[in-house]
Design a protein around this ligand. Sequence first.
Ligand SMILES: Cc1ncc(C[n+]2csc(CCOP(=O)(O)OP(=O)(O)O)c2C)c(N)n1
Ligand SMILES: [Mg+2]
Length: 681
Amino acid sequence: MVQSNKSDSSNIESGDIPIQQLSINTIRTLSMDAVQMANSGHPGTPMALAPLAYQLWAHEMKYNPSNPSWFNRDRFVLSCGHASMLLYSALYLSGYDISLDDIKNFRQWDSKTPGHPEYSLTPGVETTTGPLGQGFMNGVGMAMAEAHMAKIYNKNNFNIVDHNTYVLLSDGDIMEGASHEAASLAGHLGLGKLICIYDDNKITIDGTTDLSYSDDIGLRFKGYGWDVVNLGDVSEDCTQIGKSINDAKNIYDKPSLIVLRTHIGYGSPKYQDTSRAHGAPLGEEEIIETKKNYSWPSEEKFLVPEAVLEHMNYSEKGKRLEKEWIELFESYSSDFPEMAKNFKIAISDQIPDDFAQEVPKFPVSKGAIATRVASGMVLNEIAKKIPWLVGGSADLAASNNSLIENSGDYARGSFENRNINWGIREHVMCAASSGMILHGGVRPFAATFFAFTDYARPAIRLSSLMGLPVIYVMTHDSIGLGEDGPTHQPIEHLASLRAIPELHVIRPCDANETAIAWNVAIQRKNGPTMLVLTRQSLPILDRDVFSSEEGLAMGAYIISKEEGKSPDAILISSGSEVALAIDAQKILKDRGVNVRVVSMPCWELFRSQEQAYKDSVFPKEIKTRLSIEAGSDFGWHEWVGSHGDSVAISTFGASAPGGENFEKFGFNISNIISRLEKIMT
Ligand SMILES: Cc1ncc(C[n+]2csc(CCOP(=O)(O)OP(=O)(O)O)c2C)c(N)n1
Ligand SMILES: [Mg+2]
């Protein structure tokens, strides 16, 4: 660090400091000032990585700040989302729709510059990051989507899909188990367009990394099949950084990891290379001393030299890049009109108008069929209509019925295929599915056993937070799966997933509800849907006798009406227990108890209905309500009320045949009747 006594504006204006260094120091000081003003945030990493950010946004990346959604832009993911001021400073200086006031509003209510980057809030932010490791996995999905689209749509000299995904990784990102899934999959697939930079600063919150970590990162990633370059201690050397990025751009068959030794809190006399620089404002005095070290006017705050704004503004270049691409796309359209049309449909996820009519119906004559099996049949019909639907399972494709029959395996060299073999990697499966949607041009589904949503919950939560329409296909949904036993039998899962805001959890009761569930999931564009499906066969309900399965779209509907004007009680059920509730209704009728059966496959959809509809399903005066669902009763009070009760499971399941489990856990007519009688008296 070169010490300088000059610390007034004359120094900045004199032209003594090269524009590159001025730009880097602007990123640094903006980050320090914003964190200080917010009195919270993470200054140290933006200070250290300012040269890298400068090099990426000013020289290496292809983007158009005037149109952040230009399809062929490079994607940048700040996996270590806590360093958000690095991203905001870079986006502001390169000309995105972010003002200096937005920077000053860092971390404030309703600002464009939240504590951690949030997708759709800030132009140029490609994904929401903060939980370490997630951004890495999203980036893998983006690169997978790019490879898929490039393989399908690029023709002759028309590389209409041709861009890189850059991901910035911190020690935390690399330590998280998620990084193993991400790196292993990316290496296996040979995602050459994925370029990750590891911020090797040897500091985390609790101190130096040697407290908890001594991996040989180069060896680890080489083992995964990556190209690894250890740049060493050159974090101030933009030429070397630029060269390594260019080398990485020219590697097409392997993802790249650039390991860059950096110094957190760079330039801070007291805090450089200490964890103190990680997550707290430096303090006014330390900022003054640090600015002196940068030869920066030490008393000035949020100083942005005109020359830097001019130098870093990428608008003209960005517009030119996009224009060139539009011209390329126009020529492509005249040579390959059908492909161009399909490309546009795919990137806008344009579901055909008549799609709902194409969803299959299952006649009662088909006999009993598991909802997972029905799902597989529906999926294959849908896949014909929506060729940009891709997806797969975490090594349970046959059990999840998640194979698209007329397509092959998505793999190195055959990225055009639609069946993704995620391997036993539920977490990256879900997070990369989000990444694929964020990239655009594909609509992914992700499948595993319902109990193993636990392995992917952080990614499912983020897809909900971002409002991404991933479709989760979760089979083996209860004790009904049988002999595999309690490790595999979901109990609290329905409740815990229903607790995630914006996630639609749908548990259909038969094959026809399953078909409607798929339709509802496909049509939803502003958030994820989880289909919760049985392993075991379920009867197909005769819709000439019972209400139409279309009721699923309302979240809950009267599937089997009471006799006469008003019921004595309401049985509310979902999935495999609905048929049982209907059987109980018959027996109760013989005993002179007149009940209504409500199929309630999706709480979230039902909540969004008008009050009048909700009251028509659950009339306020009918307080005798019993829910029947093979899972925790947590949350059911919302529907059964204080007079109601729940036939549910409050322990773990058991290893036994599914039918026996149901019997033993009280999912039988006699228990339903006795529980109902208790609340009727
Ligand atoms: C999954 C997860 N666990 C914990 C945290 C809290 N946290 C934020 S940053 C961080 C580690 C900081 O070290 P590093 O990732 O190396 O970032 P640096 O301080 O070097 O910028 C932790 C534990 C988190 N954001 N996400
Ligand atoms: Mg670190």
